[in-house]
Ligand binder design. Structure first.
Ligand SMILES: Nc1ncnc2c1ncn2[C@@H]1O[C@H](COP(=O)(O)OP(=O)(O)OP(=O)(O)O)[C@@H](O)[C@H]1O
Length: 255
């Protein structure tokens, strides 16, 4: 079998007496959309932070395309093709949508933020920014200051920012959070498009969205993966039903 794009092995991270990720292991193949679900406090964000390099594990390992990245700093992982879209917005509110993406493209290209004036003018950065904005359907809003964008548009812009580094693997932490029904349907459609080009790890509480999008789902409860499988297997898993899905209305109206 081909080597997975991402391999997580026995990742342990404690906070005082809490084991936030407790021997978490999972594989993500190239082209896969792998969702991670679980109740509040299950360790999803802690897991993502260890994948991006914002948090060090106490033990275990993470490898990307066969390379051990467990202790690489975040910027080196980004250069290797890992991008994260944050649960809490990291956009520059007084800058335009295009500026935000151009800056991300510039950071990826390795040039200093001191030369931001150039990010605006530099043709290749501007083109990369517009291409990323087009991919998320925000091309027509390129020159709008982030402050004037709607919440849904900001979420889309965060995706464009993440795409600016041309990632192999995109880590998305609750992209649907705070979106209304129409906006989250748009986000699902957008992710359905993006997943054709980039592998995705998706942490999300919106179960209809997860079940509409995922190839595979891992369920975290108290820091442990209690099940991993395709959506049908997860939906039918008794332990998952007991621990998490319970009576939740798991339908696929985003389909
Ligand atoms: N910096 C920290 N210091 C202390 N405890 C932490 C820290 N970060 C997370 N925790 C604890 O680790 C556990 C896992 O938290 P985490 O935020 O990873 O869960 P989550 O599944 O992402 O939750 P949510 O769905 O609410 O975002 C929780 O018990 C949390 O209180």
């Amino acid at each position: 079998m081909a080597e997975p794009l991402l391999r997580v092995e026995k990742l342990v991270r404690r906070f005082g007496g809490i084991t936030a990720t407790d021997n978490v292991s999972l594989d993500v193949s190239a082209g896969e959309l792998h969702a991670i679900i679980g109740p509040n406090g299950a360790g999803k964000t802690t897991l993502i932070s260890q994948l991006t390099g914002h948090l060090e594990p106490h033990s275990g390992s993470v490898s990307l395309a066969g390379r051990d990245i467990t202790y690489l700093p975040a910027y080196r992982r980004c250069a290797l093709g890992l991008a994260r879209s944050f649960q809490i917005t990291s956009l520059l509110l007084d800058f335009t949508a295009a500026d935000n993406v151009a800056l991300a493209a510039q950071a990826h290209a390795g040039t200093s933020f001191r030369f931001f004036a150039n990010a605006r003018k530099e043709r290749s950065l501007r083109d990369a920014a517009h291409a990323a904005l087009d991919r998320v359907g925000l091309g027509h809003r390129a020159d709008v200051v982030v402050n004037k964008l709607s919440h849904g548009e900001r979420r889309e812009l965060e995706l464009a920012v993440a795409l600016a580094s041309k990632p192999k693997l995109l880590l998305l932490d609750e992209p649907m959070a705070g979106l209304g029904v129409t906006e989250s349907q748009r986000m699902v459609k957008l992710l359905q498009e993006l997943r054709k080009e980039v592998s995705i790890v998706l942490v999300e509480h919106d179960m209809p969205a997860v079940f509409a999008l995922a190839d595979r789902i891992s369920v975290l409860v108290y820091g442990r993966v209690i099940a991993s499988g395709d959506p049908a297997a997860i939906r039918a898993n008794d332990e998952v039903k007991r621990a998490y899905l319970g009576d939740q209305h798991v339908v696929t109206h985003h389909g």
